[in-house]
Write a new protein. Sequence first.
Lengths: 342, 232
Amino acid sequence: MDTLLMKEKIAAYGAETLKRIHGYIPDKEPRAYLYDLLSEYPDRGGKGFRPGLCIAACKAFGGKEEEAANSAVCLELLHNAFLIHDDVEDESFFRRNKPTLHQSTNAAIAINVGDALQLLGLSPLIKNRQVLGDRLAMQVFMEIQHMVAESVEGQAMELGWRKDNTANLKESDYLRMILKKTCWYTCIHPLRIGAIIGTKGKINPERLDRLGYFMGTSFQIQDDVLNLIADGEKYGKEIGGDILEGKRTLMLIHLMEHCNSEELQRILQFYSVPIWERDPAEAMEILELMHSRGSITYAKNTARYLVGGALKEFYTLFSTLPDSEDKNLIESIILYMINREY
Amino acid sequence: MAAEKNSSKKKKTTARTLADDIFSGIKKDEIVSGAQKVITSAVSVLEEEIAAGILAAKKIEKKVLDVEDIREDPDSLMNRIRRDTHEAVDLFLDALTAITKQVNKLADTETEKNEKQTATEKRGTVITSLETERPLRPGESETFKFVFFEDTEGPTKIKFQKTALFGPNGQNIAASAIVITPARFTLKPKEEKEITVRVVIPKTAAPGIYNAIISDTENSLLKILLTVEIAT
C-alpha cells in the first residue's frame, strides 16, 4: 500500500472517529469555556494513528469496524486530553499549527477541558457493552485502565527529570520512559484492543506488545528528530521547541554522554533556568552540538533498527492472517513511521 | 501451489526492498551490531516493565479480588495463567535467546524460510504456574480449573504426565494425589478445552511447600508448575 492510500485510509477512520466524538459532546452550557473547546484539538486534525491502528487491527483479525469504533473514540479522546495537559506541562506554544489551548485561553481552562475529555472518554467504553457484550467490554476497559496508568507514570518520569535537571540518563532510561509515556497508548494498546475485539477475546494480547513497542519507540524517536530538523510548517510545532523545553530526548541523552565536561556544564546551566529565561540562540548551539557529536544520526539509526524490529514482529504475527487491506495498512504505517517528514 | 510460489517470490522481493530502504545510509557491518544493541536494550526494558506490571497486578489482585470467584470463572483464571506464562517465558528464555535470533532474523527478512521459522520459534516454552491461595490442611483438597486454547492451524494432541509433589527434607506425596481431567485430548484449531486439576492432600502429609511438574508428553515446551502449601 503506498503512502497516499495509507493516509487516505487512516484519514477515513479518523474522520469517522471524529464524527463520533462530536456525537459524544454534550450540547449544553457552559459552552464557551468548556463544551465548545472539547473538540478544539480533535478538529485540528491529528494523524489518527490510534483509532486507525485499533480499527485496522480489529478488521485484520476478523472483526468489523463498527465493533472497534467506540474503543477508537475513547483512544482519540484520551489522546487529546493528554495533549492538552502535556502542552500545559511542557509550556508549549503551538499544537498542530495553532496556539496551544492554554495559550489561546489560559492554563486553568485548558486543564479543565483536558479533565472533561478524559471523562468523556468513559462514555464510549460504557457503550461498548451494547456492541461487544459485558465480558469483552470489560476486557477493553481493563486495557484502557492499564494504558492510562502507564502513560501518567511515563509522564511523571519525564517531568521529574526536567524538574531535577537530571543529567546522568542512559538510553535504557529513555526507552523505559517512552515505553510508558508513549508506546502503550500510541501503539501497544490500540493494537491489543483491536485484536481483542477482532478475535472476540480469543487472542493473547501480549503477543502484540513487542510490535506496538517497536512501533511506538521508532515513532517517538522520529518525532523527536523531526522536532529538530523538520519543515516547521508541515510539522505543526515550533522547530527546536524540545530543546527549549528541556525534553529528555535520545539526542539530548546521547549528547550529554558524548560531549566534553565544559559543554555539559553549559547544557546543564541552560536547563537550570525557567523556560522563559532560556535564550533561543543557546538552544541553537545545543542543536549544533547534537549535529557535530552525531547525536541526531545516532537517533535516526536507532529509530530505523526499531522499525526493523517492528517489521519482523509484524510478519511473525500477521503472516498467518488472511491478506486484507487493513493488514497492509498496518504494514504501511510501520514503514511510514520511519519515512515521514512531519 | 503455483500461485503460492509466485506470492512468496513477490514477498521476498518486497522484503529486500524494504530492508534496503530502511537501512540505507548505514554501513552493512554496522547494521547487525547496531540493531542487536538497540533491540536487546529495548526488549530488556519492555520485559522488565511487564514483569514489574505483573507483580503489581498480583499484589492488587490479592487485595481486591475474590479468589474463589475467579477460580469459578475459567476466563479470568486463563487471563492470570497467560500473565504468568508471559512472565516465565519472556523473562527467563525469550529475553536471553530470542533477542539474538530476532536481530539475526531482522537482517534476513528476505527469505520466506526465515519468516516461517520465526513464526514457530516465537512460541517457545510455556510455563504456567498453579498455586494454592491458602495453605491446605492434611486431608483437604483443592481444585484448579483453566482453559487451553489452540491458536495454531492444525489439531494438537495433548497428553499430561505428572511428577510426585516434592516437599521439604526429601518428603514427597505420590503423583496419584494429583488428578487431571481430561488427562488426554485433541484440540482442534480455535477450540478451547477446560482442564481440571484436583489435588488431595493425604492425611499423613507433613507441613511445608510441595512442587510438582505437569507436562505434556506430546509437547516438551508445555509445562505447568503446581505449588501446594500444607499447613502445620
